[in-house]
Design a protein around this ligand. Structure first.
Ligand code: IPM
Ligand code: MN
Length: 367
């Protein structure tokens, strides 16, 4: 199989974690007899610096041509006071919309080896295995009207939270189909006690759920969900929610995994005739400018995103599982970065990448 992949390292630690992710990808492809055609593009702050825009047309073209896109991270502090349309993050929103990847899957699980890395009590986190399905191309992130107008005390800012029935339906189907392959439970998160938007959300979710009689559905208000995630995380299987709620809850859920550096994500939407998903794969952590360039960022979220790419966009389940297994092996070996609070000296970003490649090689040799 030939895998045609666009790589967008982006900004900050995006560059370092991408290097390790690509290293692992090349390694797995070689070990399993697949060829890869990689192209590299600009997105985010680096794209603004080099071309004047966060999502250059060239990147757009490359993304549409690729089978899958890998992204490191975007965001640079020098753009902190720039208006939204001139910020690196706008590039990310642009590529998500261009690829129509409306469902962002963010799995969160506790690893035995990391049970002490979470500040939460061991018995509370142990056994956590949930997946957040975050709607990714609608809601407040894209709604219009938006903007800041007026002056003085009348200066006013507007954002619009908007969802159509069909936008809710498609992501809900995705969540239920995932649940069918898991523990068959969907928890839909909303704020229907206040927002009309959430009232429509809940109504449509209930309607779609009727197509999946084997899956249990419950609803939870977003404020309570934030609390339950750290009180009773094991009650969750598939957590379905809109864009902004999903953004916030997934950072919170990262505490369960031990570090946000652990979380991978897969954003999918359209399906090719072969059944493969057109996908955008990115770790959940951001560009972390404070530690950028120091070779200490955790690359496992990025490497896990490569595994997700192999699984969803290429249907290479065995190869994906080899990477997931390698991640567990490396965690068990204790060769992890500082964010995971290792007992000995922390490993560097590139050492963790190398360790994953070695672990994959060992699995491969046992075949
Ligand atoms: C994420 C990030 C992005 C988001 C930012 C960088 C625009 O926080 O992927 O969670 O809010 O979606
Ligand atoms: Mn986020």
């Amino acid at each position: 199989m030939n895998l045609k992949i666009l790589v967008l390292p982006g900004d900050g630690i995006g560059v370092e974690v991408t290097r390790e992710a690509v290293k692992v990808l090349r390694h797995v492809a070689e070990a399993s007899g697949h060829t890869i055609t990689l192209s590299e593009g600009l997105l985010g702050g680096i794209a603004i610096h080099k071309t004047g825009t966060p999502f250059p047309e060239e990147t757009q073209k490359l993304a549409l041509e690729a089978d899958a896109t890998f992204l490191g991270a975007v965001g640079l502090p020098e753009f902190d006071s720039a208006p939204p349309e001139k910020r690196p993050e706008r590039g990310l929103l642009g590529i998500r919309k261009t690829l129509q990847v409306y469902a962002n899957l963010r799995p969160v699980r506790s690893y035995k080896a990391l049970i002490d890395s979470s500040p939460l009590k061991n018995e509370l986190v142990d056994g956590t295995d949930l997946i957040i399905v975050r709607e990714l191309t609608g809601g407040l992130y894209y709604g219009t009207p938006r903007g800041i107008s007026g002056t003085g005390p009348e200066e006013r800012a507007v954002n619009t939270m908007t969802y159509t029935r069909s936008e809710i339906e498609r992501v809900t189907h995705m969540a239920f189909q995932l649940a069918m392959k898991r523990r068959k439970k969907v928890t839909s998160v909303d704020k229907s006690n206040v927002l009309e938007n959430s009232q429509l959300w809940r109504r449509v979710v209930i309607e779609v759920a009727a197509h999946y009689p084997d899956v249990a559905l419950d609803h939870i208000l977003v404020d309570n969900c934030a609390m339950q995630l750290v009180l009773t995380p094991k009650r969750f299987d598939v957590v379905l929610t809109e864009n902004l709620f999903g953004d916030i809850l997934s950072d919170e859920a990262a505490v369960l995994a031990g570090s946000i550096g652990m979380l991978p994500s897969a954003s999918i939407g359209a399906q090719r005739p072969s059944g493969a998903w057109v996908g955008l794969y990115e770790p959940v952590h951001g560009s972390a400018p404070d530690i950028a360039g120091q070779n200490k960022a955790n690359p496992l979220g990025a490497i896990g995103s490569i595994a997700a790419m192999l699984e969803y966009s290429f249907g290479l389940t065995a190869e994906a599982n080899a990477v997931y297994k390698a991640i567990e092996g490396v965690l068990d070996s204790g060769r992890v970065t500082a964010d995971l609070k290792p007992k000995g000296a922390p490993a560097t970003t590139s050492e963790v990448g190398d360790a994953i490649c070695q672990a994959v090689a060992v699995l491969e040799s046992r075949k």
